[in-house]
Design a protein around this ligand. Sequence first.
Ligand code: FEO
Ligand code: CA
Ligand code: CA
Ligand code: CA
Length: 664
Amino acid sequence: MTYPHLPETPPLELEDIGSNPQPQNTLSELVVRRLSRRAALRGIGGAAAVATLADQLLASGGEALAQGVARSSVPETGGPSTLGFKELSHQMAQRDAVAEGYEIQTLLRWGDPILPDAPAFDPTKVTAESQAQQFGYNNDYLDFFPLPRGSRNGEHGLLAVNHEYTNTNLMFPGIGSGSAARLRTSAEQARAEIAAHGMAVVEIRKQNGQWSYVQDGAMNRRITGETPMRVSGPAAGNDRLKTNADPTGTRVLGTLNNCAGGNTPWGTVITCEENFNQYFGGEAAEKGPQAAAYKRYGITKDATYAWGRYVDRFDLDKEPNEPNRFGWIVEYDPYDPNAVPVKRTALGRVKHEGCTHAISADGRVVFYMGDDERFDYVYKFVTARPWNPNDPAANRDLLDEGTLYVAQLHDDGRVLWLPLVHGTGPLTAENGFASQGDVLIETRRAADLLKATPMDRPEDVETNPVNGRVYVILTNNTSRKSEQVNRANPRAANAHGHIVEIIPPGAGTGKVDHAATEAKWDIFLLAGKPGVDAGARYHRATSDQGWLSCPDNCAFDSKGRIWISTDGSPSAAGVADGLYAADTSGDGRALTKLFYQAPIGAEVCGPCFTPDDETIFLAIQHPGENSGSSFENPSTRWPDFQEGMPPRPAVIAIVKKGGGKIGA
Ligand code: FEO
Ligand code: CA
Ligand code: CA
Ligand code: CA
């Protein structure tokens, strides 16, 4: 079978432009430092001699050095995986596929009516009004909140979903192909796109082994790019958050580019604003007083979407502060359809991929976050107080008080968590930070000044509930040069990504000190095809089907095994994105196996287990996002495969035929 639109260009999602001007802590610096020490001990003089030695090491690609000294504990001997499924073969096809013995059920598709009066989906009549009542576009983060609240029911609950962005070329007839279609929208189409962004909460149920959604669920809701939200925390009311429409700097319309997310121990949703930059444009991007700050966040005079032509707040020349109101962590209660979502500024303003929590030994709650950009950083937020399981009111604003830290990964295996606190170190008025609010609005610049470690695009950062280690998913960074490699980012031109483990004090003991300011790190795997892609490293028994590329999101089953979804697998190798699983400890550590493969053009997002491990939900995002693909002539019509119906981003549920735990 041939496919009309094999991908020729990178995905349309603009998330990796790389706007950190001075990545710190390069390998050459590390090598020079180390060699300088050695040279001093041996009495070798002269910086030039040291630099030559460093060059010789780097000439070997840095890779050899990294391999030689990295403390990776990927086992060298084989051993059986505990995962009891027969892995799929890599494929690139119009249809998706799952391991034998499992079943894919389509649960929610773009346009499905999810509110009682919503119109049925008609792909030729996509309006703002219909979209605001239907399932939105490009589902990413997924989370399952059992019903009744507080139970561990695995068959009935609320599914919270992000709608990250729109593939305009696949949404509207007659608009052509490519990402430039976004600049060809009418005012009405732009309004429909804004309504297709945001989030959804939908009641879902499994009956007789089959999942379906409840259209008139009492808690169903859509949150869009226009839903009123509150701003809280240290940046609320800051002058740089004030606009004509909101002179208080505390009320925002909507949330945008919600990528991954997380939840809280008190049962709320955490959703993350990622590539918000692309909605804003205007001359002020280059000339205004905030030009440098815009640049650090990738805001340019040319927006990727046409919205600014029709809606003033997306035009920087009319509302220069509007972009400062995006890039935040947003919290809402999925069980209350009237809850006003809150932008929690204490957790910083970056291109947030995800935000997942771990409860530290003393009851304080720690939220781990990645800033998804080449050479950007890993963060954590530690609440000022422990959470209170018995008093929901006491937790309501717990995310407004605490300390934000950024990670520095040292070549000796230590992680230092550096506090982003106004008045400490370089975070002072002298450097343009008049308050903690200023530090948070320019979180990236503050972290630059602290010399955080630039990483290879941090996506999900998530804690394994069994071993207490924190998994940092680094998707790729083809811009890293050989002189910029370090031990935690050991490959130049890293096309395939890798996964780093952070090991807090007490990990594995049940009393993990996630709040500590020092931890250790290790490499879990280096992605790519073993034997073909330099430095690719897994368990030695990983098969020719089990290798992966561009890890993005992850989830853990109750045995502590990691399930990794990918975004950007190499089409040239005939590999679509997928979901892979591996043990994290024992003889099968890092032995990845392919469980599910997505349709052509799609990435796999939001892996989420029900509490009984009997279902895994996946968000299949941007099916058909290939060069040349259009509404009329898409590269796939997944999941409906009906003539005239474009591909539809959709949430699927995977269950074991006849019941049972996934991967048991
Ligand atoms: Fe929206 Fe970092 O992926
Ligand atoms: Ca995505
Ligand atoms: Ca992602
Ligand atoms: Ca991604």
